[in-house]
Design a protein around this ligand. Structure first.
Ligand code: TRP
Length: 332
């Protein structure tokens, strides 16, 4: 708790090319949290270097990620937006938690197994201890709730185990965080293969709509979206393509599935796909414009980073001094 508010923390990889899946399933909903919770959103550049990065690209994507979150509606006055490497306490607590995390636990992480298979020439120690650094991110802020995708659930369970272990040895130190996993109804699927999730790294560029795509690209991608046999616009188990388009249309317009079915009664797939493309493009145009304006104002973004780092460091310091005292580090 901070004051009378519970705490939310989430980490985001520095990547500029987020999809409408990220937008509708996560970011768009983040701004609503700030009324009820104290929210920290952290661009995790230190996690990013567990795989090899080109320095100039990492730097640019760090600005882009921050700009994109602000453009999507996260108000830097109401949320603490910051960059992980600007708050050294993450690395500091990361080491402490490394010493309280078991080799066996880390070996069982499926993301480690996947990433070490994918980057077989660079299976470094950081890739292995990644979840302990993630636990440090979360526990530093006495976080109550962590909004993450389902793929991060295992890491979050490990964070809870680490917190409980530490509390068990040293007495109450960390809040044990709860995951907040967005409802699966919000899951946005690939436009080309509607049975698999829309993924920003899909090699088929027609399958993915990015938040920063231009209007023409968006319309074209939706026009090409795979649909199903039949011709009716309605939710049905055997219509994964139409279900996905209806979900997207509903998320952008706020209309219920019943309303959508009524709206498109007697119309064909072509009309519907165009309509989905249009609401999506219209919703994203102001986001893209805001993003471009922010990217042209690095000084402003740096001001936000600085303010965010100061706020985060203030909270992190409190936890760190408690941790050091419990461990037996000498305070000067
Ligand atoms: N591991 C997360 C991901 O890949 C990013 C992350 C780092 C994170 N630290 C975090 C998410 C803390 C939530 C809380 O998406």
């Amino acid at each position: 708790m901070l004051g009378d508010k519970k705490i939310i923390f989430s980490g985001v990889q520095p990547s500029g090319n987020l999809t409408i899946g990220n937008y509708l399933g996560a970011i768009k909903n983040f701004s609503a949290f700030s009324e009820e919770y104290k929210c920290f959103y952290c661009v995790v550049d230190m996690h990013a270097i567990t795989v090899r990065q080109v320095a100039a690209d990492l730097r640019r994507r760090t600005y882009e990620t921050l700009a994109l979150y602000i453009a999507c509606g996260l108000d830097p006055e109401k949320n603490t937006l910051f960059v992980q490497s600007h708050v050294p306490a993450h690395a500091e607590l990361g080491w402490v938690l490394d010493c309280h995390t078991m080799f066996g636990e880390l070996s069982r992480m499926t993301q480690f197994k996947d990433k070490s298979a994918k980057h077989a020439d660079n299976i470094n120690a950081g890739l292995f201890t990644y979840p302990a650094l993630m636990a440090a991110d979360i526990l530093l802020y006495q976080t109550d709730l962590v909004p993450v995708g389902i793929d991060q659930k295992q890491h979050l369970e490990l964070s809870r185990d680490i917190a409980q272990r530490f509390n068990g040895i040293y007495g109450d130190t960390f809040t044990v965080p709860e995951p907040y996993i967005a409802k699966s109804g919000m899951k946005i699927m690939s436009l080309a293969e509607p049975l698999s999730k829309m993924s920003k790294s899909d090699t088929n560029q027609n399958a993915v709509v990015y938040i920063l795509d231009g209007k023409d690209d968006i319309i074209r991608k939706f026009k090409r979206a795979v649909t199903d046999s039949g011709s009716e616009i309605r939710m049905s188990d055997d219509k994964p393509g139409i279900n996905n388009l209806m979900t997207i249309y509903s998320c952008f317009t706020g209309k219920s599935f019943d309303d959508i079915e009524r709206e498109f009664e007697g119309k064909g797939y072509g009309d519907f796909k165009l309509a989905v493309g249009e609401v999506c493009a219209d919703a994203l145009t102001p986001v893209r414009e805001k993003f471009n304006a922010l990217m042209n104002d690095k000084a402003y973004l740096e001001e936000i980073m600085k303010k965010g780092a100061d706020e985060a460091a203030y909270c992190a310091r409190k936890t760190m001094s408690k941790v050091k005292r419990k461990l037996g580090f000498v305070a000067l």
